[in-house]
Design a protein around this ligand. Structure first.
Ligand code: LHQ
Length: 259
């Protein structure tokens, strides 16, 4: 359900249920979590790139797993979130390496919000982001209600969530929902280049940067200045900092090891 390939310090992950537009079932959740755990633990992996197979990125929860037409009780969705989606979003946000998402086609429901939970999101020009939840009587999950207003403001967040209207990649980029929209044919090359470039970066510095920017969302400037001081002290003790300054002075490109 998830293809994985390690190359140039980067773990390339592809959601692979194309017949169902890569909708999430339990097996895909477990596979994705397992690969992200590998990315967390394996120091030779210094960036992750997530994309989808076929014409979609991910259509959210697989609704054929949620068929209630037999008249059975609706399963407790709180349990689904607590055991599957929430740990996934937490894992992406806590991963001390850049997670790049290449949104190759439609990203709907939890599929959209898992994409947005990644650190840098590129999307094919033809891709669409759909907060599909309202169409089936649900609320945005997988961090959507937290992330959307922070990224694009309450007005746009509410309208997207309440209407379920598709948002094109170019508009998403111009609103600041994602990093950028790129021509469909360039998406994987551009995302791959970015991922391998980040994998060759100063991994500790990047991890601290991710942490700082994420924690700023609910921190005062005063506290954040303190946090920057502490993180900079830590970054300043890495070999990569020493190498970065040395390379600058020697007018050559830096060779970072991630330590
Ligand atoms: C699908 C799906 C799908 C199964 C396309 N499931 N088969 C969390 C906790 C627990 C429960 C509930 O949910 C959540 C969070 C959520 O993610 S809620 C939101 C769930 N997702 C949706 O509501 C999106 C449903 N899909 C769509 O609206 C459309 O398929 C989109 C707009 C994504 C794409 O439209 P099209 O390009 O027109 O493709 P299609 O609709 O023809 O889909 C192609 C096939 O994929 C089709 O199967 P078929 O056998 O007819 O070829 C769809 O049934 C299947 N598929 N999404 N989520």
């Amino acid at each position: 359900t998830v293809l994985a390939e390690q190359r140039d310090g980067c773990l390339f992950l592809t959601l692979n249920r194309p017949d169902r537009l890569n909708a999430f079932n339990e097996a895909m959740h477990h596979a994705l979590r397992k690969h992200l755990t590998t990315a967390t633990e394996d120091s030779s992996i210094r960036a992750v790139l997530l994309t989808g197979a076929g014409r979609a990125f991910c259509a959210g929860q697989d609704l054929s797993d949620r068929d209630m037409r037999g008249g059975g009780e609706a399963p407790d969705l709180g349990v689904t979130l607590e055991t599957l989606y929430n740990p996934l979003v937490r894992q992406i946000r806590a991963l001390r390496k850049p997670v790049i998402c290449a949104v190759n086609g439609v990203a709907a429901g939890a599929g959209a919000n898992v994409a947005l939970a990644c650190d840098i999101v590129l999307a094919a020009q033809s891709a669409r982001f759909i907060q599909a939840f309202s169409k089936i009587g649900l609320v945005p999950d997988s961090g959507g209600t937290w992330l959307l207003p922070r990224l694009i403001g309450e007005a746009r967040a509410k309208a997207l969530a309440m209407t379920g209207e598709p948002l094109g990649a170019e508009t998403a980029a111009s609103w600041g929902l994602i990093w950028k929209a790129v021509p469909d044919t360039d998406l994987m090359t551009e995302a791959g280049t970015l991922a391998t470039q980040l994998a060759a970066g100063a991994t500790t510095g990047l991890a601290l940067t991710k942490e700082l920017i994420q924690s700023a969302a609910d921190q005062s400037l005063d506290r954040q200045l303190d946090a920057e001081r502490d993180s900079q002290r830590q970054a300043g003790r890495t070999n990569d900092y020493r190498e970065g300054v040395t390379a600058f002075l020697e007018k050559r490109s830096a060779r970072f090891t991630g330590a």
